[in-house]
Design a protein around this ligand. Structure first.
Ligand code: FAD
Length: 394
């Protein structure tokens, strides 16, 4: 098959899709649109907060993508015309496509949490897009007095990386225990349950006795507003003044998805479960965090898996064939300490129009372990990061 495919967004989903398209069908003309010359990865960015990594170890360039035969347009997509099949770029160019893949990740849903805007994020960082925000949160932790209160607010579902807030709490506690052991960490949650909950809570009891307090929704954990001038988190029951405040705010699909008309009223993008084509705008495929993927969580592992399935399906569609039903896997590792890893895995396939978890096919790390099991999983976690970033950017 020949044809022109434009991919908007050069993160885990988009860069994988662009490379896979070229690998499966070298005759395709594939352009990746991405404004940043360097991508900063979120997975393992919690380790940067705990001084276990430098931010530079999170950063990757696009030479590998270019070598794979992908044309790089280093600029943003600013408009999509689904009927004319064109993408307008910030540099003034316009690209036409036979198929468009969008993987713009998340944007913060500014305005959803009263008091939290772009200026507030400079005082109470979200650090939910890795980079300057991660470095700012680390600096604040390092400047805090021993005995200070760190507050993390966690949003309602759905959001990027369901176990991420709890891994962050764990690794900050890991660092505090060494350097500022009189300090405390409070998680204010808009949910009553969270990913790998018992594994995290067992780990906290084992490693950080009493240092981490988690307040669920039903006990008044939902943050209703913040005051950045005093680093205060407000709930229906209390006001919590933080020494360091990390707001993980409500999120939505990357802004370009709204502009392209592929996001619905939830802020996320509905897609069919075989080629991940938008149910709102034909010819546009949405993958990664922006898309509503049934039971699949918003993870880099998932974005990478969806990108491969999407690329294979596009090759079929361009050749006039029908793509086959896929089976996808997701695994999310989290660190409770530098040498203490836990994981959750799931297997998904289309069922009645949505990607559905195959019962019994996935699972989490065991609750009871002997020997070096958690240490081994921590090693698997870093091997996974090395493998995926080499595959996508290397
Ligand atoms: P991204 O990887 O964010 O890529 C989006 C890209 O689109 C960006 O490069 C952006 O610049 C670009 N873009 C946006 N708008 C435009 C536009 N208009 N034009 C052109 N380009 C545009 N996942 C895991 O699997 N394992 C983990 O351990 C893990 N840990 C995490 C820890 C933290 C603290 C966080 C915050 C996330 C973590 N994740 C993890 C989740 C993971 O980072 C995301 O799920 C993943 O990045 C999603 O890939 P994506 O392609 O949808 O978006």
């Amino acid at each position: 098959a020949s044809g022109r495919v434009v991919v908007a967004g050069g993160g885990f989903g988009g860069a994988t899709a662009a490379r896979t398209l070229k690998a499966l069908e070298p005759k395709l003309d594939v352009t990746l649109v991405e404004p940043n010359a360097t991508f900063t990865a979120c997975p393992f960015s919690n380790n940067v907060l705990a001084d276990l990594r430098e931010i530079s170890q999170q950063q990757f360039g696009y030479d590998g993508v270019k070598k794979a035969g992908v044309t790089l347009a280093q600029t943003s997509a600013t408009a999509v015309d689904a009927s004319a099949k064109t993408v307008t770029l910030a540099d003034g160019n316009k690209l036409s496509y036979d198929r468009l893949v969008m993987s713009p990740g998340i944007d913060i849903n500014w305005g959803a949490l009263p008091g939290y805007d772009e200026a507030a994020a400079e005082k109470m960082p979200h650090a939910w897009k890795a980079g300057a925000q991660t470095v700012l949160l680390r600096q604040q932790l390092q400047a805090m007095d021993d005995g200070g209160l760190v507050v993390i607010s966690s949003p309602a579902n759905p959001f990027r990386c369901p176990p991420g807030p709890y891994e962050r709490a764990s690794l900050i506690a890991y660092w505090l225990k060494i350097w500022k052991p009189k300090s405390k960490l409070l998680i204010l949650d808009s949910k009553d349950t969270f990913s790998k909950q018992r594994l995290f809570q067992n780990g906290w009891a084992e490693l950080y006795q009493g240092m981490i307090e988690w307040v669920p929704l039903s006990q008044g954990g939902k943050v209703t507003s913040v005051d950045p001038s005093t680093l205060t988190f407000v709930t229906d029951f209390a006001r919590h003044k933080a020494a360091v405040g990390n707001v993980i705010p409500p999120q939505k699909a990357g802004t370009i998805a709204q502009q392209a008309g592929v996001a619905d009223r939830t802020g996320w993008c509905p897609v069919e479960p075989v080629a991940f084509e938008s149910t709102l705008r034909p010819g546009i495929h949405v993958i990664g965090d922006s898309a509503i993927m049934g039971g699949m969580p918003k993870s880099a592992f998932a974005a990478n898996a969806q990108a491969k399935v999407c690329a294979a399906a596009i090759v079929e569609l361009l050749a006039g064939r029908k793509p086959v039903d896929p089976i996808l896997i997701n695994t999310c590792y989290s660190l409770v300490a530098a040498d203490y890893g836990i994981s959750v895995a799931g297997v998904y396939r289309p069922d009645k129009g949505v990607l559905t978890d195959i019962p019994g096919a996935g699972g989490t790390s065991p609750l009871e372990v002997v020997g070096g099991f958690r240490g081994q999983e921590a090693l698997y976690a870093s091997s996974w990061f090395k493998t995926i970033t080499t595959e996508v950017f290397g």
